[in-house]
Design a protein around this ligand. Structure first.
Ligand SMILES: [Zn+2]
Length: 301
């Protein structure tokens, strides 16, 4: 008998790179291993400082070790995580960059990750979740399966042959975590899929104090542990990597597709994201949506 569940939850940890806080990342990975919760790790393949340094095995030994006993997907997170342009007030490494160059950056970045982690890097997460139509084409041209961004993706970006769009729907913090799980239970008919995104510098244990102008860190390792422990105790919520969820489409037939994304995106206005999520869920039942977005105010990409 098919297992009944109220929804899917995915966790996406962004930013491991040649120069990131590897000790803290190892601690984060240990928590996911301890509770058997899958995790998608979006890794930056080249360093930010000049001269450019390519990611090497020693930079990610902790991730490789964690993968030996944990369900960890590796996704590609940008190229050097450099701000090259701005789009809609947000920094971007890809938006506005010519298609050929974007495709080249994706292929080279993915090749670096696959040399270290092995085949199967199929997701691309653009830094700051910013991209343009050429990024979607580049993802497809590089033979990758999904773009990990794009909650408010414009209709013009969605082509029939475009890769799947798997946006961040929620920043990981205690309040939103509880709200998201409560809403998931409450609107179980929609079988929502919640994608939590977090970064090492969201933790108070991060090696560098937060830069001026940046929000103070709000996560701790013990808070993360509490959240994962709670999730483990939820029999009706399935935790999955982004890649596994994309592959599961057709099995449950309830995953996000661009048309549904468009619909939800239109319902929630860009300015402020103030419409209560429950309206999205209620309306979605009327329209028979099968997979739903969950987005809360105050997200930081
Ligand atoms: Zn990032």
């Amino acid at each position: 008998m098919e297992r009944s569940f109220v929804g899917r939850v995915s966790f996406r940890l962004d930013d491991p790179s040649p120069t990131s806080d590897h000790a803290l990342e190892a601690e984060i990975l240990r928590r996911f291993q301890r509770y058997g919760i899958p995790l998608t790790v979006a890794v930056v393949p080249f360093g930010k400082p000049e001269p450019v340094r390519t990611l090497v095995l020693d930079d990610v030994r902790h991730i490789i070790e964690a993968r030996q006993s944990g369900d960890i997907e590796i996704a590609l997170h940008g190229y050097r995580h450099l701000q090259r342009t701005r789009i809609g007030g947000s920094p971007s490494e890809f938006s506005g960059v010519p298609l050929a160059e974007q495709t080249d950056m994706l292929r080279r970045g993915r090749d670096v990750l696959q040399r270290i982690f092995g085949e199967g890097v199929t997701g691309f997460v653009p830094p700051w979740n910013t991209f343009d139509g050429n990024t979607l084409k580049a993802v497809a041209a590089a033979g990758m399966e999904y773009l990990g961004a794009g909650f408010g993706a414009a209709p013009s970006l969605r082509q029939p042959a475009a890769p799947r769009i798997v946006p961040k729907t929620c920043t990981l913090n205690q309040r939103e975590y509880e709200r998201a799980c409560n809403e998931a239970r409450r609107f179980a008919h929609g079988q929502p899929w919640i994608v939590f995104v977090f970064h090492p510098d969201n933790f108070v244990e991060y090696r560098d104090p937060s830069a001026e102008g940046e929000p103070a860190p709000w996560l701790t390792l013990s808070l993360l542990e509490t959240m994962l422990e709670q999730l483990r105790a939820e029999p009706d919520i399935v935790a999955t990597t982004l890649q596994a969820a994309v592959h599961a489409d057709g099995v449950h037939g309830r995953l996000w597709n661009p048309a549904e994304l468009l619909w939800v995106g239109r319902l929630v206005p860009r300015a402020g994201w103030r419409i209560p999520t429950r309206i999205v869920f209620r309306r979605s039942r009327l329209h028979g949506l099968r997979c739903l977005a969950y987005r809360v105010p105050g997200n930081r990409d």
